[in-house]
Design a protein around this ligand. Structure first.
Ligand SMILES: N[C@@H](CCC(=O)N[C@@H](CS)C(=O)NCC(=O)O)C(=O)O
Length: 186
């Protein structure tokens, strides 16, 4: 088995955090997104969508999409259960992971990809779209904050993939920057 990893990028990080929670390690090869290595012919043969991460199994099967990779790992090592246990818990974990992916992770990535100068090469930037997503991020964070008043973790009383998605969505530099504003103490 071999994991194609992407350094500081958030999706590959989701898989690394998931593996760490499982106490597992998988041989990995780092693909440098900053150097556009994910656009190389070699990596395109692995994932024609040119996105990271990707997991190649010993029989040659290729799994892309972070959550699909995490589900495969969960199948290999079910404990601790990070996708919930039982019908109700599994549905709630799925619900929260999708909510975090769509309304937080994706919205933050739109802000970053459409506004940050470093992303110019990688994204056809539409600055208005980046700006529009800032408010969506703030609104969702407020909603999440209210939700978390009554429980320890995003999907309930146990740490799950939904927490990992939320953790990796938050851009640390951005978080430090907005937290440093006087308004953050309001
Ligand atoms: N839905 C995919 C998204 C993968 C993805 O967009 N990965 C980013 C790194 S976080 C990437 O490879 N970006 C390269 C690019 O945009 O050219 C997943 O969950 O793994």
């Amino acid at each position: 088995m071999k994991l194609y990893d992407g350094g500081r990028a958030p999706n590959p990080r989701r898989v690394r955090v998931f593996l760490a929670e499982k106490g597992m390690s998988i041989p990995a090869e780092s693909v440098d997104i900053g150097k556009m290595e994910h656009k190389s012919a070699e990596y395109t043969a692995i994932n024609p969508l040119q996105r990271l991460p990707a997991l190649v199994l010993d029989d040659g099967t290729i799994i892309t999409e972070s959550v699909a990779i995490c589900r495969y790992i969960e199948g290999l090592r079910p404990d601790p259960p990070l996708f919930g246990r039982g019908a109700k818990e599994e549905a709630l974990v799925e619900m929260w992971n999708r909510r975090i992916e769509i309304y937080l992770f994706q919205a933050i990535s739109f802000v970053f990809r459409h506004l940050h100068p470093a992303m110019r090469e990688m994204e056809q930037q539409v600055p208005e779209w980046g700006e529009a997503n800032k408010q969506r991020v703030y609104d969702f964070l407020q909603f999440l904050d209210r939700e978390l008043k009554d429980r320890l973790f995003v999907a309930g009383d146990h740490y799950t993939i939904a927490d990992i998605t939320a953790l990796c969505a938050i851009v640390r530099r951005w978080h430090a920057q907005v937290s440093a504003r006087p308004s953050a103490h309001a």
